[in-house]
Design a protein around this ligand. Structure first.
Ligand SMILES: [Fe+2]
Ligand SMILES: [Fe+2]
Length: 304
């Protein structure tokens, strides 16, 4: 099967720690687009790597692929306390994204995990699975989402931006309810909605702040640049949050963003440094005539 050979060719780039991280990221996204058991097998192998940034992205991609064959590896990663919190978080979230209720007990167990980012992620994933089990409709959720991502919570039902902002910032509510406001604001995507989301970067949960960075990266609205920059510049901020803000600046892709990323590509914090490198590579892609970012196959064929 040609796709099996393709997956093997790209997979060997992904697992090769001597390759540039940016090339390995492109290989990962190529595998994600290929899909299937071979792609999952290669992505699973890369969890032995040393880059938390790469490993968290592996888990993210496995969740977005929504293929149940990835459940065993994601369970292993979630349980493995030698993996970084950011990686275990993404494995828990991916199990929620796949949506099979058989992982409910494991997620409930880790909803009490001593690592707060992992615990909060699993609390959210449990709520998402319960929402699906109670008739929550994923396809309606996807119709409302212009970004085609599988999110940790469905958007809140129609409300105004000021109402959604209150729900977003109310720390007495569950994270699930607050995430619902977050995704509703993201789907609106107006400047007013973007500024309300940016206010979420001051909230107390690091997990919540990192998700704000993630959705601002999806929206790609210039109005969020100052708040994203401020979060990236805060050295005492959680590295997972700084990472997500760096990537968001990369996807906004304006000249000002590029200058900020250039400054942080030598950051002390490895995930921040690597995020800036990857973000700059994506920017280079957006500003060039390269046919596609996920070009792992084209590169192997020497056509790019
Ligand atoms: Fe995440
Ligand atoms: Fe991330």
């Amino acid at each position: 099967m040609a796709s099996e050979r393709d997956a093997a060719a790209v997979g060997s780039v992904l697992v090769n720690s001597k390759q540039d991280l940016t090339t390995r990221f492109r290989a990962l996204f190529t595998l994600r687009n290929l899909g299937g058991p071979e792609a999952i097998k290669w992505i699973s192998e890369a969890f032995a790597d040393e880059s938390a940034l790469l490993k968290h992205e592996l888990a993210y991609c496995l969740g977005q692929m929504q293929d149940e064959r990835a459940i065993p590896i994601l369970e292993t990663v979630l349980k493995d306390t030698s993996q970084e919190p950011m990686v275990r978080h993404e494995a828990g979230e991916a199990l929620g994204a796949i949506g099979n209720p058989k992982v409910l007990d494991l997620l409930k167990h880790h909803a009490e995990d001593p690592v707060i980012e992992v615990a909060e992620t699993c609390q959210l994933a449990v709520r998402r699975l319960e929402w699906l089990m109670n008739g929550g409709n994923e396809s309606v959720e996807k119709d409302l989402n212009p970004y085609f991502s599988v999110d940790p919570a469905p958007p809140a039902l129609k409300k105004s931006v000021p109402e959604l902002r209150v729900q977003l910032l109310d720390e007495s509510l569950t994270l699930f309810e607050r995430y619902r406001a977050m995704f509703a604001l993201r789907n609106l995507g107006t400047e007013e909605a973007v500024l309300a989301l940016g206010d979420g970067l001051q909230c107390s949960s690091a997990l919540f702040r990192h998700e704000i960075g993630y959705v601002l990266g999806q929206i790609q609205h210039e109005a969020s640049i100052p708040q994203l920059q401020a979060a990236l510049e805060k050295v005492e901020e959680n590295a997972m949050v700084r990472h997500e803000c760096a990537e968001a600046l990369g996807s906004i892709g304006k000249e000002a963003c590029l200058q900020i990323l250039e400054r942080y590509k030598k950051d002390q914090e490895r995930v921040v440094k690597e995020s800036c490198e990857v973000a700059l590579d994506m920017l280079e892609y957006e500003n060039s005539s390269q046919f596609q970012y996920a070009d792992g196959l084209l590169r192997l064929q020497g056509t790019q």
